[in-house]
Design a protein around this ligand. Structure first.
Ligand code: SAH
Ligand code: SF4
Ligand code: F3S
Length: 435
């Protein structure tokens, strides 16, 4: 055995985390053992994210740090930075041995063996169906809330985004392999499945001549008796079909919470971003969702300081936030990514202004989240218990249907139970209860 122990470090989105779990299975099946710390592992796998400049930069400083500890390590860089930077990575950092794109993880065991013949191993091809055939076999127990990638890649080409280049075109996994994986996950304790995809609601396959979309898939999955909750993320507004919206009225396992990134509240900016909708269309989708299920809450991603964003554009974003009242959101300063369309656009806004806008937006989002959480104080709500807190074992952690984190002081809860609890206090991040 040339590499007895390994450590996998994840940098990216939920799909990146899901891939990391699969990589752990692949390596364990190869006979390697997971190591609890990065310094003493023989093989370190960096599963990278290229979405913003910062994540990509951090990789190189992390590689530098592990090198100092042990020289005879094997270093594999996989994921979206590997795909984007390709063989160039070997020049940037000599200690990298393997560069592997996100659609070829199944080749990792072979590449480790091939290091003996060739000390630099590279693969950045898009062989996505082969990947999923192989990964379907690498089943791995997750938790009460388990992820399931149903779709990968993106054909939308928003002007700022690297994903179409790093993950390739949209690909949906076959129904049977997904249902098998759901069965495996629920047999091993999953009560909630979070369907994942870069454009999860673009899921589309043909099964025995019948077209199956995400709404059909959710209906199929919800037949699993052990499953309590289903979520899906991330959705693109233009793929919010009427079928899917209607399902929020009829399917009780489908949670009334939806991550539907708008990015900006200015139709001008949305056009420049190539988002394929304007704010009116976005509003209409939200109206339809609320008409289907009045309880539904929305979260979003925002990009602040896109090239050419004016004070007025930014004000429109703030106005939309006040109107929709997004209950949880992520917001980032625009990062110019090499090769994307917007990276060629002139960007005159000083960073200080962008930072100021971001902080105004984040304060507003925080206030709205806090106000929303406060409406639960003194009320009863169903919480899916996920685990006992490791730092404070008097508390259990769970989530409401709206994804709020709840800490419950109790000695007798079981992970996997849905417990109706009375909320006593909250802050903008968490709800608290005891029972
Ligand atoms: N497919 C999803 C988003 C995937 S990327 C969608 O279309 O909504 C996750 C988030 O990263 C995006 O929603 C966006 O807000 C952010 N992001 C992507 N590229 C970025 C960039 N160049 N700079 C800053 N944030 C970016
Ligand atoms: Fe990126 Fe746009 Fe595709 Fe989302 S829809 S992954 S933001 S290109
Ligand atoms: Fe990052 Fe790739 Fe996910 S760029 S956000 S790890 S799809």
């Amino acid at each position: 055995m040339s590499h007895p122990t390994f450590f996998v470090k994840s940098y990216g989105c939920q799909m990146n985390m899901y891939d990391s779990k699969k990589i752990v299975s692949i390596l364990e099946n190869k006979g390697l053992r997971q190591n609890k710390d990065i310094e003493t592992a023989d093989l370190v796998v960096f599963n990278t994210c290229n979405i913003r400049d910062k994540a990509a930069h951090k990789l190189y400083s992390d590689i530098g740090r592990v090198n100092k500890h042990k020289k005879e390590k094997t270093i594999a860089v996989v994921g979206c930075v590997a795909q984007a930077e390709n063989e160039e990575m070997f020049n940037k950092n000599k200690s990298i041995d393997i560069v592997l794109g996100p659609q070829s993880y199944h080749l990792l065991p072979q590449m480790i063996d091939d290091l003996k013949q060739n000390p630099k191993q590279l693969n950045t091809e898009f062989i996505v169906n082969e990947k999923f055939d192989y990964l379907s076999e690498q089943k791995r127990k997750q938790g009460v809330s388990s992820y399931l990638t149903i779709q990968e890649g993106c054909d939308k080409f928003c002007s700022f985004c690297v994903v179409p280049y790093t993950r390739g075109p949209e690909y949906s996994r076959p129904l049977i392999s997904l249902l098998n994986e759901v069965q495996f996950l629920t047999d091993n304790g999953a009560k909630e499945i979070v369907l994942l995809g870069q454009n999860v609601n673009a899921y589309n396959i043909s099964h025995h001549g019948r077209k199956i979309n995400i709404a059909d898939l959710i209906e199929e999955i919800s037949k699993n008796k052990n499953l309590e909750r289903i979520r899906y993320t991330t959705s693109h507004p233009i793929n919010m079909s009427d079928d899917l919206i209607k399902l929020h009225a009829t399917n009780e396992k489908l949670m009334p919470f939806l991550h539907l990134p708008v990015q900006s509240g200015s139709s001008n900016i949305l056009k420049k971003m190539n988002r394929k909708y304007d704010t009116n269309l976005y509003r209409k989708i939200i109206e339809k969702l609320k008409a289907a299920n009045s309880e539904i809450e929305i979260s979003s991603d925002f990009i602040i300081g896109y090239p050419g964003e004016t004070d007025d554009d930014f004000k429109k974003t703030l106005d939309l936030v006040s109107e929709i009242k997004f209950t949880q959101s992520y917001s980032f300063i625009y990062s110019a990514r090499p090769g994307t369309k917007s990276s060629f656009e002139e960007d005159k806004t000083p960073l200080s202004i962008k930072k100021e806008r971001l902080s105004i937006l984040q304060d507003k989002l925080k206030d709205i989240q806090f106000e929303f959480n406060k409406t639960f104080c003194g009320k009863d709500i169903d919480v899916l218990i996920e685990n006992q807190s490791t730092s404070n074992p008097e508390y259990f952690f769970g989530r409401t249907p709206f994804m709020q984190s709840v800490y419950i002081k109790s000695q007798e809860l079981n992970p996997g139970d849905v417990k109706n609890v009375n909320i006593s206090t909250c802050n903008h991040k968490n709800l608290y209860a005891s029972c």
